[in-house]
Design a protein. Structure first.
Length: 257
């Protein structure tokens, strides 16, 4: 276990979006543009550990790519079938089908109704065990010069972290570049704790209409944003978690951390 793994615990409400908005290190993070982050002509491959992570991490960037006329590839590592353990309303088979539909609907909100989606079918919650196979599968999809975007390698969720490691291995092996985006990192980390690699950060400011499209895309994930009536469980993505990824920017870390 790495030195900071013990602190990457996802519980409670975590750090608020308001606290992050006041963070000095976030304010100081270098700004970038779409063309610098994802130059025209470079194919973008977004690798989502679970259906919805592609929107949580970079939904607005996907919208801006669509507006530019690009055709990014979306890779679903798992089908998200383990998000509601023991739920009569959401058994794994139903979740697989539902979460796939939610992704398609969300991408359509972003102007990517015909996006190519590769579903790898790795078991939800067991990505670390399949990490070498995931790197191999990703390698088969990559072209030299591609830009991979995935979740942060210290994001706090084991599937997110394993996916990032596999992406890094595949990128190195196939002459691709890699950006990582915090999703649950906003939850367990806090301003001033030094956990996020701010020296490698790039902040993409979002036009209001791009942020609105991201918000609409996230609303497609009803299985994740609504409570489970059959168990009484709270939403997987409560409002406070959604607020943290609906900043007027998206943050990415270059692959040097």
């Amino acid at each position: 276990m790495d030195a900071v793994a013990h602190s990457r615990h996802i519980a409670g409400a975590g750090t608020t979006a308001a606290a992050w908005r006041q963070a000095t290190e976030l304010a100081a993070a270098p700004s970038t543009t779409l063309d610098r982050l994802a130059p025209p002509g470079k194919r973008v491959v977004v690798v989502a550990p679970h259906p919805d992570d592609e929107i949580l991490a970079c939904g607005a960037l996907l919208f801006l790519l669509a507006q530019r006329g690009d055709a990014p590839l979306v890779v679903a590592v798992t089908d998200g079938e383990a998000s509601h353990p023991g739920s009569p309303d959401w058994p794994p088979a139903r979740l697989r089908a539902q979460r796939a539909r939610e992704t398609v609907a969300a991408l359509a909100c972003l102007g990517l109704a015909h996006a190519r989606i590769e579903r790898l079918g790795i078991p939800d919650g067991a990505v670390a065990a399949a990490e070498p196979q995931l790197a191999q599968k990703l390698g088969a999809l990559l072209r030299p010069g591609d830009l991979l975007i995935t979740t942060w390698r210290h994001d706090g969720h084991p599937d997110h972290e394993a996916t990032a490691r596999a992406c890094a291995a595949a990128a190195r092996a196939h002459a691709a570049s890699l950006l990582q985006a915090p999703v649950w990192g906003w939850h367990w980390s806090a301003p001033g704790d030094g956990a996020m690699p701010w020296a490698n950060a790039r902040k993409l400011a979002l036009p209001a209409h791009a942020l609105a499209r991201k918000r609409a895309a996230l609303a497609c994930f009803t299985s994740q944003i609504e409570a489970d009536a059959s168990t009484g469980a709270a939403p997987i993505l409560p409002a406070f978690a959604m607020a943290r990824v609906l900043h007027p920017f998206e943050l990415f870390f270059a692959d040097h951390d």
